[in-house]
Design a protein around this ligand. Structure first.
Ligand SMILES: [Zn+2]
Ligand SMILES: [Zn+2]
Length: 142
């Protein structure tokens, strides 16, 4: 049976479950993630939509999109962040911090050209995003 991971917003009004394994995981350094999360990086895990289920409080979720690439969803009560829908890729970023029992296993860093926090962990540092996701595929030094 597939592994499941429970998650919730800061106050618990919204709960979700993700099932199986993420398609990819890593850290995003882009200015949008940093500004929205009020944090120097976003630890992301990307899942197929069928792996993500909102189990409580779906009508209590707000959504904001600055670009059509990223629909950022949060709890209307506490403002806690839950996930970002990436419709063009058909993937959902469930923030690693939202699902505490999931062990984050990062494979790469993305949008490293925008970094404010250099992380010397030996993982690839993509200038923007991988080629197969529409980026340059270029890497930068740590
Ligand atoms: Zn909440
Ligand atoms: Zn980002």
């Amino acid at each position: 049976m597939d592994q499941t991971y429970q998650g919730s917003c800061f106050c618990g009004a919204v709960e979700l479950v993700v099932t199986g394994e993420p398609v990819a995981a890593g850290y995003c350094h882009c200015a949008s993630c940093r500004s929205w999360a009020a944090a120097p990086v976003n630890a992301f895990s990307l899942w197929k939509p069928e792996s993500v289920q909102i189990t409580k409080g779906e009508d209590n979720m707000g959504v904001y999109h600055k670009t059509p690439k990223s629909y950022r969803k949060f709890c209307k009560t506490c403002g806690g962040h839950l996930l970002t829908d990436h419709p063009a890729w058909g993937l959902i970023d469930v923030y690693a911090a939202t699902i505490p029992t999931y062990r984050h296993q990062p494979q790469l860093h993305v949008h490293y050209q925008e970094t404010v926090l250099h992380i010397k962990d030996g993982l690839p540092k993509m200038k923007d995003i991988p080629k197969e996701m529409g980026g340059s595929g270029e890497t930068l030094p740590e």
